[in-house]
Design a protein around this ligand. Structure first.
Ligand code: CS2
Ligand code: MG
Length: 402
């Protein structure tokens, strides 16, 4: 089999997605997600100008060799743009191989280690009663694990809380909006939120919380200690992770489980975190971390240190990435949990898929390959629109991590 063509489909059914379609001389094609929220066209250009010309004529079964060719062969390594482009190629090739061998991708990765993937979804509210209502709604939908975010009194726009009636979506069309942040108000408030949620629902549900990189290590340690009575499944991204060593300090002060890694693009971003057991869950994403090939290796390394996976699964990762995450999550032994922030109905229509949610778990389905397609005609009705993630400032105007 040979790769005959590869092209990009850039569309915006409620939000932007970049999809790579690789076609072969046997009529089989594969899809890869190449979406990098707020920087979409940089990846599209990287693929179009530099990667696609190198793919034509290659054997699509040589997945490892093509991965190394694009990673080592570029000489310039890593970075979100490069690794997202490599991931798109890699995932499309796994899709092709599954279709060609008439088997779901999880079978190519070692086979099922479990029947379904435990998922968590997002609850949010402008205030504590709103957050509690949102948790109740998701429990009724069947979720067993729920991330809770809430508006912080005195902070006009808190992370993870929608501005109006629409579901929360971080990227906005137009230029970046600015949100305000106060560490002091947040740290005093969050324990009250989780106390109220536990009082309302008891211990029989997994609760998660995303700090979104906003604390210093010692502040994160304080938060971890304050939340210990509420037994969180994890505290996510408590502090920025460029300095992996920062997590040692958090670890020394709290037994709250820690998850990080959604912005990592290389295994090396997580190497010290894992080998020192400073984290409990690694959240690297298939689409930004170099694809299934790279994430399988990272997960296997993490398994040695009893670190589990909790792959990123926000709406800015397309249904192609969701499917890839579910296939990999079903196969690896150290799967922990999968994030599920459901896509809009329109996005689901553009990307028909075999995966489904039922009673707290997601199932990738048994279609050959990844089990996701793209309706190109419908996609063409929703052209790309420039959009950005917000930036955050402290109350005194200082720019801080969003
Ligand atoms: C978030 C993401 O899902 C999460 O845990 O941190 O929504 C993140 O903000 C977006 O993926 C950014 O593009
Ligand atoms: Mg997050």
């Amino acid at each position: 089999m040979k790769i005959t063509s590869a092209r990009l489909i850039v569309c915006s059914p409620d939000r932007n997605f970049v999809t790579l379609k690789i076609e072969t001389d046997e009529g089989i094609y594969g899809l890869g997600d190449a979406t990098l929220n707020g920087r979409e066209l940089a990846v599209a250009a990287y693929l179009e100008e530099h990667v696609i010309p190198c793919l034509i004529g290659r054997d699509p079964f040589a997945i490892e060799d093509i991965w190394q060719y694009l990673y080592r062969g570029a000489y310039w390594r890593r970075g979100p743009v490069t690794m997202t482009a490599i991931a798109a190629v890699d995932v499309a090739l796994w899709d092709i191989k599954g279709k060609a061998l008439n088997t779901p991708v999880y079978n190519l990765l070692g086979g099922k280690s479990r029947q379904g993937a435990l998922v968590y979804t997002h609850a949010n509210g402008a205030d504590i009663p709103g957050a509690i209502e949102s948790v109740r709604k998701h429990l009724e939908e069947g979720y067993l694990a729920i991330r809770v975010q809430c508006g912080v009194p005195g902070v006009s726009s808190s992370y993870g809380v929608p501005k109006g009636d629409k579901p929360y979506e971080p990227a906005e069309r137009g230029l970046p909006s600015e949100s305000l942040w106060s560490t002091e108000k947040y740290l005093n408030f969050v324990p009250q939120l989780f106390q109220a949620v536990r009082e309302e629902f008891g211990e029989d549900l997994h609760l998660l919380h995303d700090v979104h990189h906003r604390l210093t290590p010692i502040e994160a340690a304080r938060l971890g200690k304050a939340l210990e009575p509420y037994h969180l499944f994890w505290i996510e991204d408590p502090t920025p992770a460029e300095n992996q060593e920062a997590f040692r300090l958090i670890r020394q002060h709290t037994v709250a489980p820690i998850a990080t890694g959604e912005v990592f693009n290389s295994f090396w971003d997580a190497h010290d975190l894992i080998r020192n057991q400073w984290i409990d869950y690694i959240r690297m994403t298939i689409v930004h971390g170099g694809g299934i090939t790279a994430l399988k290796k990272a997960a296997d390394f993490a398994a040695v240190y009893q670190v589990k996976t909790g792959f990123h699964g926000a709406t800015d990762l397309s249904p192609v990435t969701m499917a890839a995450a579910l296939h990999l999550g079903l196969a690896i032994h150290n799967f922990g949990i999968q994030e599920h922030m459901p896509h809009s109905a329109l996005t689901d229509q553009v990307f028909p898929h075999a995966y489904r949610f039922e009673a707290g778990y997601m199932y990738p389905g048994d279609a050959p390959g990844l089990g996701v397609d793209i309706d190109e005609k419908l996609a063409a009705e929703y052209p790309y629109q420039r959009a950005y993630l917000p930036v955050a400032r402290k109350l005194d105007g200082t720019l801080t991590d969003w």
